[in-house]
Ligand binder design. Sequence first.
Ligand code: XMP
Length: 523
Amino acid sequence: MAMASPQTPVTRPATVIILDFGAQYSQLIARRTREASVYSEILPHDTPWTAIAEREPAAIILTGGPESTLAPNAPGVDPEVWRSGIPILGICYGIQLIARDLGGELVRSTHSEYGPAHLERLGDSPLFAGIAQHTRVWMSHGDTVLAPPPGFTVYGRTAQCAVAAFGDPVRRLYGVQFHPEVVQTEAGTTVISNFLHGIAGIAPEWKMASFVESTVGQIREQVGNGHVICALSGGVDSAVAATLVSRAIGKQLTCVFVDTGLLRANEGQNVVAAFRDVLHLNVVKVDARERFLAALAGVIDPEQKRVRIGHEFIAVFEEEAAKLSDVEWLVQGTLYPDVIESKTPSSKAGHKIKSHHNVGGLPDVMALKLIEPLRLLFKDEVREVGRVLGLPDAIVERQPFPGPGLAVRVLGEVTAQRLDTLRAADLIVTSEIERAALETHPWQYFAVLTPLQSVGVMGDGRTYADLVAVRAITSEDGMTADWARLPYDLLARISTRIVNEVAGVNRVAYDVTTKPPATVEWE
Ligand code: XMP
């Protein structure tokens, strides 16, 4: 096995560079540009000009950020950015930076403006083409621009902010104090596409079909006659990554599917059937159920569970890889949000809430070269690639599922029997919710087996049995969530079926907690 892990080189379509000042919304800006069929990448704000220029950006967007441009050592950009002649859109902190660096005037506000505001357009700007004279925008800032730099014209104001938008059409430099990337800004999408298409003149050409085509070509070239291995989890990311690679190199790819025994009802058979029989991939199924149960025996602490499962997974995977000859490459379903390196003065290492386990730990141990065909994509884009590749809906629309599987949702000790109990309850929850065909389908829904027992009565007898919790949430991305307002009748059916059909359960609770402060999983 070779050392080092270079990543898949990627041919770049016309690219927008988003310089990140640590805004909550940086990823949203990238999504909006891609929705406008323009490819974008996020880089730290202080990326040296040479690294930016390498990507030959067709436009640059400066994000918002938590700092004040007036503070000493406030974050900025390489001055070459201003001299590059590339069209720039500054958003929030971005407009303030343009004002500060190019000779405008700023004032530090005594109070912040946060929330909806009414923008009144001033003058005539291509940035606001097709937008009403008065429109609702979303504000979230402390400092404000008092006067634009020389050469700039003010294009909009709100009650609190006299310079809410400005621009220099000659140099194609624009700024908005509001956030066009959030849905609360009525005409936000139009502002972004006006900038990209109208001002920067970028053709809307970023399409998934062309992404698939070019990626397949690159993988073929990169891998040559080499052998590639991929851990299939059943999740959408590894499924799409594997299918993409197999489209490129066919049987040179071997997928390993590890049955950990921590999967949901019928999941193992379904994954193997879909990939082996329908998509004709080389799939090796490893039955490692006993091993995982042994590794988890007596373990109650959720972090310990995750660690042990991660180690066991790597051990099983390595054994399988060793059985194949000449494996050089490993496919990983890494996504763009995992790749972005955000560098802001205020950025602190995030608190470790839980150690996520996918198959992310593999390359360190195995020293294979990496193929990460999805590393420039967001989750919904991965689903789109899956559709372009003809993957079945059951895989493409799959709910997120923790890497360590049901071990996360069996609170307390994980045993074969408790896993069976949870699987039976979970099947009732998922099938009833899916059968109900709700107008608003929850984003994620599942059962949790708690470590609690309580007294109940069944027939004439007293029971002392398990409590199952039901969790159903609405969410955009799993980062924040609300509990789903499931109809009472549906909850009643779920509850009745669980207590009647699942041995050892005499009580069902519904989780009505948002995230934050709770998490989605119980763990
Ligand atoms: P939490 O519980 O952190 O979950 O609010 C947020 C989302 O992440 C999923 N989740 C995981 N996904 N590996 C994953 O790929 C993991 O280890 C993992 N743990 C939680 C969870 O189901 C929810 O959608």
